[in-house]
Ligand binder design. Structure first.
Ligand code: PEP
Ligand code: MG
Length: 865
């Protein structure tokens, strides 16, 4: 990926080819990254062979058969040169055609090389060129041109003969023709469908061009000490300093990396001979060059080098390919060493990559037996035995066995099973479906919308592509890629090391938007604190009622006919809720905690299966028929748009009364031991100002009562969750009664699109594939539509009440793009699942650093606008 660094494109006339000198007009945009990198190496006075860069415009013309004056190009290299040609795309990650070495090898050149370098070396070079030319340029059958083990004269003759048989002509003996054919085939390969799709998958624009570089060969074969190798100075997985690579005598290009045991270690090694021992002076020169390259190119590079008669030549340097963990350490150590500023280190790390460090990962270098794919809803990897029900998951956890809960979709009844499982896989659902939201909160790897599973309600196995998996079988979830693997897999551990912590501390220094966590339980809250969240932005209280001892009381409350009976049941829940809140306040001590009042439809607390209903009848001592009848009576055609949120708060006010009392009593108790607590109470699903007025007056009354009973004073903030389009449009009215507005973009997206967040997964990929939506709007904030509502809500809310605090607490709160959007819209903070807090901290820092309004960041990291 390109770093988000600002590049100033040198605007200059397009010339077909340019010799790379320290002052030549070479730019990444016109000639590609490799050409620019080679110019930097040349400017550092490193021993780089003569190189010419062909511009992307020239390469485009070559692919249309307008080849530039090759003879003129070749004269730059003097008489009868041997050359290599390599791709130079703007970003090395975009790939490109293979390099071709030893262009210019002809029969005449071979004769001369036999004299200067010996017969075997001359044969090896010629063979290698014929092989590359035949397979990659003339596109002949590779089986006919296998490289022989020994470069004998007979092998050379056989390969030349094979070329003649396959093409009906002699192997080309004109170096200019060889070069022009090589360049044409490389230019055309760039336009091939596979190459195009591969680079687009890595973020290349549709019209990405290719530059080429032609370089004088440093032979690496011949008399004296000759060979080639590749060196890097840090480990690709950890980023820790370590010299790695290989060197191979009498070789070229990247041969050393492919050679296996024949290749030498670079540094002294007990396992075998080393380049350091064999050629200490060249090794020292190479190390010194590596240090200069790191410092001046401001990057950890992998360097390709050749030794020609004991002399070091540096052919190429590419940004070291690496994983996220190494990426963080490299950026931090470059900044710590003063090579790049901290701000640049912050901008170099894609925020989402951090979530890779927070969880175990499937080792990308290991084998993967992928049998199905879904939406990667919660990152990390888990291997366990398949279970098909929450009860089985709990039983498995009790036996100490890791399990993966596989369900058609999850409901609140599955929460205990999700806690017990180490991974969750569902056939249905999207990024904000129940399974996805809960799993992200728990930090459990999760894949949803794996539609190939086709599970029945009572299924105890599933079949995908002819393979059947039953309860007890071992599978692995890769929640980062959305792949489900059969069996277990090699894992990389999480990496919350010092480099990770340092980077995030730097991020906190520059960001100017707060980051809180969505946390429902003490475990979530502790996790949020450990990731340095600045408080809880959303505590979904309903999850607290699914504990075993509470569910029955909750059900009694739901079934109560009269207000007094309801109050009696709620009175039994009160101490439990009070204890919940007190614990949260204590864990988050000193930080704000925003508690959302009860939100879901009541039927979510009632069983859906016959067995569940029977159990409930027993627990409540009611006839089964009574239970079924009442459950039916509570069912709604469209529960997500029905009796939930504030609508329940107004029609069954005892629930909110109890919750408010629990919050205030916990506030008093927790404040006794520490600093006074100012709880934030949030009303869900508001669509009209009057709803807020009604709830506010009851909560004020509860607060007054608790103050009198406890003979103490406290304050609290009442706010509104803006998650219906009407609430966004009427934010001005609503803000008059609300100290804060928190945008619930999950429901707001659902209602703006009229799209069920639990069912959208069924057609979302078809919609995205056909470009109906650019992205899943539950995953990426729809800035055009839902975003406009956010902007309207923010503007109207602020206009009516200047000090109203604005935030987002839907799943989008953890997305880098939404964070930049919310910051621009003047939001005070974002709130997201604890495991996304580090991502949000870095994304918020990047949003501040990339804000075009930011003029400078001073030495105290104060942003000046
Ligand atoms: C929302 O709707 O965005 C939200 C945060 O609430 P929930 O996901 O609990 O509906
Ligand atoms: Mg909601």
């Amino acid at each position: 990926m390109l770093h988000p660094r600002i590049r100033i494109a040198a605007v200059q006339k397009d010339t077909d080819f340019t010799e790379i000198t320290p002052t030549a007009g070479i730019s990444v945009e016109q000639h590609g990254g490799r050409a620019k990198c080679l110019q930097r190496l040349i400017r550092l006075d490193l021993p780089v062979p003569k190189t010419v860069a062909l511009s992307t415009a020239c390469v485009e013309r070559i692919s249309a058969s307008h080849v530039p004056d090759i003879t003129e190009l070749m004269t730059i290299f003097g008489e009868a040169p041997l050359l290599s040609a390599r791709p130079s795309s703007q970003d090395p990650d975009w790939g490109g055609p293979r390099a071709v070495l030893n262009i210019g090898m002809t029969a005449a050149r071979h004769v001369r090389l036999v004299k200067t370098h010996g017969e075997l070396a001359a044969n090896a070079l010629y063979l290698r060129f014929i092989h590359s030319y035949s397979v990659h340029v003339a596109r002949l059958d590779p089986d006919m041109f296998e490289m022989p083990k020994d470069p004998t004269a007979a092998a050379l003759q056989a390969m030349l003969a094979a070329y003649t048989i396959e093409t009906d002509e002699e192997f080309p003996q004109d170096p200019a023709r060889q070069l022009s054919e090589v360049l044409r085939s490389m230019a055309r390969a760039w336009g091939g469908t596979t190459a195009r799709l591969l680079r687009q998958a890595k973020g290349a624009p549709v019209d990405a061009g290719l530059g080429l570089v032609v370089q004088e060969m440093a032979l690496g074969v011949g008399a004296g000490s000759c060979g080639s190798g590749v060196i890097q100075f840090v480990d690709v997985v950890t980023g820790l300093p370590q010299i790695k690579g290989r060197y191979l005598d009498q070789s070229q290009g990247r041969d050393a990396l492919r050679a296996g045991e024949e290749a030498m270690f670079l540094t002294r090694d007990l396992r075998g001979p080393s380049f350091e021992d064999q050629n200490p002076a060249a090794f020292e020169a190479l190390k010194k060059a590596g240090g200069i390259i790191r410092k001046r190119l401001r990057e950890e590079m992998q360097v390709e080098f050749t030794i020609e008669n004991s002399n070091l030549r540096i052919l190429d340097a590419v940004r070291l390919p690496r994983g996220a963990r190494a990426d963080v350490r490299i950026a931090v150590s470059l900044a710590t060493d003063g090579i790049i500023p901290r701000e640049e280190a912050l901008l170099r790390i894609p925020p989402r990559a951090l979530s890779e460090l927070l969880h175990r990962q499937v080792d990308p270098s290991g084998p993967r037996d992928v049998f199905c794919r879904g939406i990667a809803a919660s990152p990390g990897a888990a291997t366990g035995r398949i279970v098909f029900s929450a009860t089985a998951a709990q039983a498995s956890a009790a036996r100490g066995e890791d399990c993966i809960l596989v369900r058609r979709e999850t409901t609140p009844e599955d929460i205990r099973g999700m806690h017990a499982a180490i991974g969750v896989l569902t056939e249905r659902g999207g990024m904000t479906s129940h399974a996805a939201v809960i799993a992200r909160g728990l930090g459990v790897p999760c894949i949803v919308g794996a539609s190939e599973l086709s599970l029945g309600i009572r299924d105890t196995s599933f079949t995908v592509k002819g393979r059947t998996f039953s309860a007890g079988d071992i599978i692995t979830l890769d929640g980062t890629t959305g792949e489900v693997l059969a069996g277990s897999a090699e894992m990389l551990p999480p990496a919350l090391d010092d480099a990770f912590q340092t980077l995030l501390t730097w991020a906190d220094d520059v960001r100017d938007i707060g980051v809180r966590a969505n946390a429902d339980t003490p475990t979530d809250a502790r996790m949020a604190r450990s990731f340095a969240a600045q408080g809880i932005g959303l505590c979904r209280t309903e999850h607290m009622f699914f504990e075993d001892d509470r569910l029955t009381v909750m059900r009694e409350m739901i079934f109560a006919d009269a207000s007094d009976d309801r109050r009696a049941a709620l009175a039994r829940l009160l101490p439990m809720q009070r204890a919940d809140f007190k614990e949260l306040f204590e864990i988050m001590s000193g930080l704000p905690v925003c508690i959302r009042l009860f939100d879901p439809p009541l039927h979510e607390f009632l069983p859906s299966s016959r067995d569940g209903m029977r159990e409930m009848a027993e627990a409540l001592d009611l006839p089964l028929s009574d239970v079924t009848r009442r459950i039916e009576a509570l069912s709604e055609f469209n529960p997500m748009l029905g009796m939930r949120g504030v609508r329940l708060g107004i029609t069954v006010p005892e629930i909110y009364d109890m919750q408010a009392r629990a919050i205030f009593e916990a506030t008093v108790e927790a404040s006794e031991n520490g600093a006074p607590i100012v709880p934030e109470i949030m009303i869900p699903l508001v669509s009209a100002m009057r709803e807020v007025e009604l709830v506010k007056s009851r909560i004020d009354a509860v607060a007054a009562a608790v103050r009198i009973e406890k003979k103490t004073d406290f304050t609290y903030k009442l706010g509104v969750m803006v998650e219906t389009p009407r609430a966004a449009l009427r934010a001005g009215d609503i803000a008059r009664h609300a100290a804060f507005l928190s945008f619930g973009t999950n429901d707001l997206t659902q209602m703006t699109y009229g799209l069920s967040r639990d069912d959208a997964g069924r057609f979302m990929s078809a919609y995205v594939q056909q470009g109906v939506y650019p992205e899943d709007p539950f995953h990426m904030l729809d800035t055009d539509g839902v975003g406009e509502l956010l902007q309207i809500g923010a503007e109207r809310g602020k206009a009516a009440r200047k000090d109203v605090v604005l935030s987002i607490c839907g799943e989008h709160g953890g997305n880098p793009e939404s964070i930049a959007f919310c910051r621009n819209a003047g939001f005070d903070y974002v709130s997201c699942s604890p495991f996304r807090v580090p991502v949000a901290r870095l994304a918020a820092a990047q949003a501040a650093l990339l804000d075009p309004r930011v003029k400078s960041v001073d030495k105290n990291n104060i942003i000046h606008i």
